[in-house]
Design a protein around this ligand. Structure first.
Ligand SMILES: NC(=O)c1ccc[n+]([C@@H]2O[C@H](COP(=O)([O-])OP(=O)(O)OC[C@H]3O[C@@H](n4cnc5c(N)ncnc54)[C@H](OP(=O)(O)O)[C@@H]3O)[C@@H](O)[C@H]2O)c1
Length: 402
């Protein structure tokens, strides 16, 4: 990133970041340089973040981690401090979209300087959404990572169209309402996927699989029918629901589109092998988890990034498996420049998409909050909610809540 601006007065030359210290070892705080924003970038003072299973996969399993310390975090909410010069290659997002003092949020992951678990980030302006007036920063940090994931997966891996802006005659012209299974619909990814499917009018065929305590809420968010993965017979129940939804019972495959929001070899993929038929497309959140992380220090988690190596003898011939990699969502040029700047704030402001419920993680230090959240992820405690915690409490920049 060519740096062509200087740090504004009052911004420290270094700041705190939460990083791994080794595989399955306690997290640590490191001091890292605060980077002035180059072309098309923005410097943000980070007030809130949220934890995702990816950080557990990285900290305990070393997933895609080259070396320690490794700075964590994919989501952020905070205050714009300063802007770099306009990116001459960006077709959209004019420089004056953002101003110092704006409350913003987003999903960024490419470089250390962009990671959300630090008090200042320097990130591309296209990875930043302005906070709509109806949202708090605590709500906003639950959104971007997994709303981007849901929209990327439904388009890139499952081939659905999500035109933007939605044409006025979309509901009349879009007659395609395939049966879609969302397995793990109470996960953060699943909750956003349901709402995206509802907004674009695909919800008539959506079957949601989650614990029964969530079913009422999942129907409110757009599921047509629900099954409980914790009860015996979930596979038969799901196939029966598909028969109820399909007017034409001879339709093959019964469930053409399957979104596995969990990616657990034994918990989601094995039952899905019994549901998917030839020509079913199955999008799987990577990594596939062969063994979950646990508080038993002797056992390390095991992951697999190649879906073709998982349960290979158990899939019916002709099932199409896709491993989801949201970190490549910018290959879609329209999403690259519009998803975070325009589409996400508009969906939130209109109420089309609701943020996940938040569980606020308290702690007297940045490290304590980060570690507590990681420990809760290891215990697989989140259920229909996102772990949200305060990042900067140094008060250098006015980041009071809106
Ligand atoms: N590759 C990518 O692009 C990408 C992007 C985003 C996320 N991911 C991965 O996707 C996974 C989910 O992420 P997340 O943030 O959405 O997780 P999350 O919200 O923390 O997931 C927790 C939920 O998982 C549900 N669950 C657990 N085991 C299940 C099973 N066997 N069947 C159905 N539901 C089950 C639980 O449902 P109940 O409450 O109903 O029990 C719980 O609500 C993680 O491994 C993450 O790393 C990958």
């Amino acid at each position: 990133m060519p740096t062509t601006s200087a740090l504004p007065p009052g911004v420290p030359a270094t700041h705190q970041a939460v990083a791994t210290s080794g595989l399955r070892a306690p997290l640590q705080i490191i001091d890292v340089p605060t980077e002035a924003p180059g072309h098309g970038h923005v410097l943000i003072h980070v007030s809130w973040t949220s934890s995702s299973p990816l950080e557990l996969h990285q900290a305990d399993g070393g997933l895609l981690v080259q070396q320690h310390p490794y700075i964590l975090g994919g989501s952020f909410a905070g205050t714009v401090v300063s802007l770099g010069p306009k990116d001459p290659t960006a077709p959209a997002a004019p420089r004056d979209r953002l101003q110092p003092g704006d409350q913003v949020f987003g999903f960024a992951f490419r470089h250390d300087r962009e990671k959300g678990f630090q008090t200042y980030i320097t990130t591309p302006q296209r990875s930043v959404s302005k906070l709509p007036p109806n949202l708090t920063p605590q709500q906003a940090v639950t959104v971007s990572t997994n709303l981007v994931t849901a929209m990327h997966t439904l388009t890139t891996d499952l081939g659905l169209q999500l035109p933007w802006p939605v044409p006025g005659d979309w509901s009349a012209t879009n007659k395609i309402t395939p049966t879609i299974l969302v397995w793990g619909a109470a996960s953060s990814v699943g909750l956003y996927a349901l709402q995206v499917l509802r907004y674009w009018g695909y919800n008539r065929g959506v079957i949601a699989v989650a614990s029964s305590r969530h079913h009422e809420e999942l129907k409110r968010l757009g599921a047509a029918a629900c099954a409980d993965y914790q009860t015996a017979g979930v596979v038969e129940k799901t196939l029966g629901l598909a028969d109820d939804i399909n007017v034409d019972e001879s339709k093959q495959p019964k469930i053409p589109l399957i979104l596995d929001c969990i990616g657990s070899r034994d918990g989601s993929l094995r039952p899905i092998t019994k549901i998917a038929e030839p020509r079913s497309k199955v999008a799987i959140m990577l990594p596939v988890i062969n063994t979950y992380s646990s508080s038993d220090k002797e056992s390390l988690p095991e992951y697999e990034m190649d879906v073709s190596r998982v349960l290979s003898g158990e899939w019916k011939k002709g099932v199409e498996l896709k491993g989801t990699r949201t970190h490549f969502y910018e290959k879609n040029e329209f999403f690259k420049f519009h998803l975070q700047p325009d589409i996400i704030p508009a969906l939130l402001e209109s109420g089309a998409i609701e943020p996940n419920k938040q569980r606020i993680i308290e702690g007297t230090t940045l490290l304590e909050r980060a570690q507590k959240a990681l420990d809760l992820l290891r215990d697989r405690a989140p259920s229909g909610e996102k772990l949200v915690w305060r990042v900067a409490d140094d008060g250098n920049i006015d980041d009071t809540q809106v």
